[in-house]
Design a protein around this ligand. Structure first.
Ligand SMILES: Cc1cc2nc3c(=O)[nH]c(=O)nc-3n(C[C@H](O)[C@H](O)[C@H](O)COP(=O)(O)O)c2cc1C
Length: 282
């Protein structure tokens, strides 16, 4: 499915929504969503992700459909969950794909909210009857957005400082991490980098750091120590995949060709910064 609106518009429009209208989705929308889930099954690093649409089953109140999100998400009748095998780059691929799906859902005027911490993986895994070696890195509610936000939602947004993003000089560098780049130095890539900067991340920690060297944008993860691990699931590597998807989609929209590759540059950097992958300009 192609985007109809500019990706830039959708990225700017998307915000986490935690309050939903208790209204069933039309069959037409459900069909569109199912098609989106089928279309987004393989990430740039080749991992397969199986996405499913789950409908909350009111007929069975005991159903483990509490999904664990009460208290954080209100009114949502549907969730999207994805299953992936624990292989190298599975979290980046997962983040990359689900964020693209989320931008398509934004275009359909539906609300979403990445949930990596506040849901029960075992409950979703039971509902989906997942294999034991399958991970469910994150889920999102999907549905019509309620007209007003709950106080709790406002508190969550305030606590996570959700409306703030780090400035360019904290995120984007040239040749080494002591040398921030300015927008003027890279006019062609100003929009893709700005779109990356607007990406959602777990607790809005924005752990992405980008190093521009000649024809490559090297993507690094600056971890928040002790944060974001749920068993084998690594939320900050999902964040990397989300940032990569914003950058990739924006470059493609602007006709800036490139491809993802793992080609770590030989440079010195602080130990807490981890190399992930590179966008090579073609
Ligand atoms: C991987 C990931 C996991 C997240 N997990 C949760 C969560 O468990 N609960 C929650 O309320 N929000 C969660 N969020 C949403 C972030 O708090 C939110 O994206 C961030 O504060 C920025 O706000 P925005 O999405 O409105 O731009 C998560 C986001 C990401 C990317």
């Amino acid at each position: 499915m192609q985007f109809i609106n500019p990706v830039e518009t959708l990225i700017r429009e998307r915000k986490s929504k935690r309050t939903y209208a208790k209204k069933e989705l039309s069959n037409e929308l459900i069909d569109k969503i199912q098609q989106l889930l089928l279309d987004h099954n393989t990430g740039p690093f080749g991992n397969q992700v199986k996405f499913s649409l789950i409908k909350k089953d009111f007929a069975n109140e005991n159903q483990k459909v509490k999904i664990g999100t009460y208290g954080f998400i209100s009114g949502a009748l549907y969730f999207i969950a994805g299953e992936v095998k624990n292989k190298p780059y599975c979290f980046e691929d997962f983040g990359f794909l689900l964020e693209k799906i989320i931008l398509h859902l934004t275009e359909l005027n539906l609300g979403t909210c990445w949930l990596g911490g506040t849901f029960s993986r075992s409950i979703i895994s039971d509902i989906l009857d997942s294999d034991l070696d399958t991970l469910i890195p994150a889920i999102t509610p999907v549905g019509y957005i309620a007209n007003s936000k709950t106080i709790r939602e406002n508190i969550i947004r305030w606590a996570a400082k959700s409306d703030n993003r780090l400035e360019w000089n904290k995120l984007f560098f040239k040749d080494n991490f002591l040398n921030p780049i300015t927008k003027e130095e890279l006019p062609d890539y100003e929009i893709p980098l700005e779109m990356l900067r607007l990406a959602p991340s777990a607790s809005n920690k924005q752990p992405w750091r980008i190093l521009w060297m000649k024809d490559d944008f090297h993507f690094y993860l600056k971890r928040n120590p002790g944060y974001g691990m749920y068993g084998a699931v690594d939320l900050q590597r999902i964040d990397m995949g989300i940032a990569m998807s914003h950058f990739d989609l924006s470059c493609k929209e602007l006709g800036l060709n490139g491809k993802w590759e793992v080609c770590k540059p030989e440079i010195d950097h602080a130990v807490e910064i981890e190399y992930i992958a590179s966008w090579r300009i073609l």
